[in-house]
Design a protein around this ligand. Structure first.
Ligand code: PMP
Length: 382
């Protein structure tokens, strides 16, 4: 590789952007506000048990592409359950949310089409747009007027507008009803990545599309990950049956990828059943998020900590080194906090991202309060 590798690493170090992998240990005595296990289901014995049963019944891997040997009965049951829960006509499970986005965007666009991609769209949507060979217009796609202007000015017949239902960094909810009205009037498809909305927003966690009254709308495509509120792994595209059939025939990240591991499918299916049976988990998540936000606000009165709309509570500290130091100080006190720096967030907005969970106990929330008071005061004094 030559000097290039060292030089780029040094430049990242200089900018405070080196990253470290820190393995978790079983039974780590930390309060975890960094994971995406929003409903506390990843370690739920029923979810783990269903995953283990699937592992025993079907083996460690799915053994092939979904089109060859990689579709088990479990995958189909999971698709039916996800479609039913979200109110979508049909579903297609992928090996991750990342590949679900790659598959949906590339298969529905291509040369001669337009992708209107939100400035804050998740990296998987950005990469999907790049891979699609469509013309890509990066715009404030959560703003209906902007979307209307971009769609009106286009020459392409086919257009797909891609947005996150819930912003992955600050939890903002996209105005989907308004966006859909614009897309429909302009003959475009609205693709909503609900990675952070499924299990979190809408009645019983049915997601942002259901919340906007758009479940099952024919010109809407929903994507989601099974790795956050469902505590498992995998991704899904929910849409009209014709769209799903199109993906089965043409989506390269579906066709050329090994199907989701049966254990992950079984675990996700069990988790979905729990979300359905125990909607109080969704309410508990929102209560916990409000409590964490109140602690952060009290600990750092100078920082604007908005009322949470989803699981995440952003605490913007500005400088990446300050954010890294604050996260490290939290860890020393037994609190694992997410730390977001560029390119995940714009320069100057490095932050702690505290993620609430439905299963946080009163003792854990008290510890969060104590640690934030210790750490944020010191971080702001720097
Ligand atoms: N979309 C969004 C908005 C996400 O936050 C993520 C996960 N970080 C993904 C897609 C990708 O999902 P997965 O982790 O299942 O690949």
């Amino acid at each position: 590789m030559g000097a290039w590798l060292e030089e780029t690493a040094a430049a990242r170090a200089e900018a405070g952007l080196r990253r470290t992998l820190r393995p978790r240990e079983v039974g780590d005595p930390v309060v975890d506000l960094a994971s995406n296990d929003y409903l506390g289901l990843a370690r739920d014995p029923r979810v783990v048990g269903a995953g283990a049963a699937a592992l025993r019944a079907w083996g460690a891997g799915s053994t092939g592409s979904r089109l060859v040997t990689g579709s088990t009965r479990l995958h189909h049951e999971l698709e039916d359950a996800l479609a039913d829960f979200t109110g979508s006509p049909a579903a297609l499970v992928f090996s991750s949310g990342y590949t679900a986005n790659l598959g949906a965007v590339t298969a529905l666009t291509g040369r001669g089409a337009l992708v209107v991609s939100d400035v804050a769209a998740h990296a998987s949507l950005v990469d999907a747009a790049r891979l699609s060979r469509a013309r890509v217009e990066v715009a404030r796609a959560t703003d209906p007027e902007t979307v209307d202007r971009v769609l009106a000015a286009r020459e392409e017949t086919r257009a797909v507008v891609v947005v996150d239902g819930v912003d992955s960094v600050d939890g903002g909810v996209a105005p989907l009803a308004e966006l859909h009205a614009v897309c429909r009037a302009r003959g475009a498809v609205l693709l909503v990545d609900d990675a952070h909305g499924l299990g979190v927003r809408g009645d019983g966690g049915r997601g942002t599309l259901a919340e906007a009254g758009l479940a099952g709308a024919p010109d809407v495509v929903l994507t989601a990950t099974l790795s956050k509120s469902l505590g498992s792994q995998g991704g899904v595209v929910l849409a009209d049956r014709a769209v799903v059939e199109h993906l089965v025939d043409t989506a390269r990240p579906f066709i050329f990828d090994t199907g989701l591991a049966p254990a992950a499918a079984g675990a996700a299916l069990a988790a979905l059943e729990i979300v359905r049976a125990e909607p109080e988990r969704v309410a508990a998540l929102h209560t916990a998020a409000a409590t964490v936000a109140a602690s952060a606000r009290a600990a750092a009165p100078g920082i604007d900590v908005p009322a949470p709309t989803a699981a995440m509570v952003p605490v913007v500290l500005g400088d990446p080194a300050v954010a890294v130091a604050a996260a490290a100080a939290c860890a020393e006190h037994g609190l694992r906090a997410g730390c977001f720096r560029p390119p995940s967030v714009p320069p100057g907005t490095s932050r702690l991202r505290l993620t609430a969970r439905a299963d946080l106990t009163a003792d854990e929330l008290a510890l969060v309060d104590q640690v934030l008071h210790k750490v944020l005061g010191a971080a702001l004094a720097r």
